[in-house]
Design a protein around this ligand. Structure first.
Ligand code: NDP
Length: 282
């Protein structure tokens, strides 16, 4: 029976550590600041933005919200980002995705200064991650590594299998695992014999978006199972892993909710503090 990795508890520990760090930084005259831009009135995005603002307030990060109408033009949005890039009170800029269809998401993300790119989506940060240089890392993948580290699991030499190759989870988590000397396989919708590949994994990361697709018989006995999926189904919220069968085989497993989810915002806070520190050291 697997040990449950409690993401809620670990995220709370990180927030408490950050709160202390921010208190010290403020004494030195540095107050980390995050700007959150929301375009349109998507209710899910509104909830995410509120959660981010609340997390900032709780640990002492200065936050500023820009709630823009859905008719906002590309030029207006780019101008705002340009101003925030120069704003000394702001160290992190986050554009809540998805953007309305008429806006060019790629161009918007690329307009954010890489030094303030607390989501870690700018190609400069993606390139730095891929080449093993210091950078702002995408929050969910960084949160996964933090969960593994704080549980005391060694990654070096382990066989890691990542199911999913998205730019926001699958690929960056694979690079982070590689940087920690795991042997990494990335799977996707065209992977042949996916179950067999998964059964090789000492560390199995599921980031697919398909409810309970990874069942217990895909899990190597004793494996570390990290479930990134958030799927709303009739019975409530479930992950990409069938928790009840997988926990019988795994050594460690993250639940949904309460596993990877809470780590994402904690790592956003951590990135904002990191960005503030490195901008101040210029
Ligand atoms: P995407 O839809 O961008 O990517 C899904 C990936 O899964 C793709 O690479 C796709 O392959 C692959 N895939 C789809 N079907 C299969 C299949 N049958 N077999 C093998 N691979 C398959 O999703 P995201 O990476 O953005 O998110 C994944 C999940 O994580 C979602 O449930 C999302 O809600 C959740 N999530 C959770 C976060 C958190 O904070 N906890 C943050 C971000 C996401 P292909 O490339 O071939 O199409």
């Amino acid at each position: 029976m697997a040990q449950i990795i409690d993401g809620k508890k670990i995220a709370a520990e990180i927030r408490a550590e950050l709160a202390k760090e921010i208190e010290e930084l403020k004494k030195e005259g540095l107050h980390p600041g995050l700007a959150v831009i929301l375009v349109g009135d998507d209710p899910a995005s509104r909830v995410y933005v509120n959660n981010k603002k609340k997390a900032c307030a709780e640990i002492g990060i200065y936050s500023r919200e820009y709630a823009l109408p859905k008719e906002t033009t590309q030029e207006e949005l780019l101008n705002l980002i340009g101003e925030l890039n120069q704003d000394p009170q702001i160290h992190g800029i986050l554009v809540q995705l998805p953007l309305p269809d008429h806006l060019d998401e790629r161009q918007v993300l690329e307009a954010i200064s890489p030094d303030k790119d607390v989501d870690g989506f700018h190609p400069v940060n993606v390139g730095r991650l891929a080449t093993g240089q210091p950078c702002l890392k995408p929050c969910t993948p960084a949160g996964i590594i933090e969960l593994i580290d704080r549980t005391g699991i060694e990654l070096k030499g382990k066989e890691a299998v990542v199911v999913g190759r998205s730019n926001i989870v699958g690929k960056p988590v694979a690079f982070l695992l590689l940087a920690r000397h795991a042997t990494v396989t990335i799977c996707h919708s065209r992977t042949a014999r996916l179950d067999e590949v998964c059964r090789r994994a000492d560390v199995l990361v599921a980031a697919v978006g398909r409810p309970e697709m990874v069942t217990g018989d895909w899990v190597k006995p004793g494996a570390v199972v990290i479930d990134v999926g958030i799927n709303r189904v009739e019975k409530g919220l479930v992950g990409d892993v069938e928790f009840d069968t997988a926990k019988e085989k795994a050594g460690y497993i993250t639940p949904v909710p309460g596993g990877v989810g809470p780590m994402t915002i904690a790592m956003l806070m951590k990135n904002t503090v990191e960005a503030a520190r490195s901008l101040a050291n210029r």
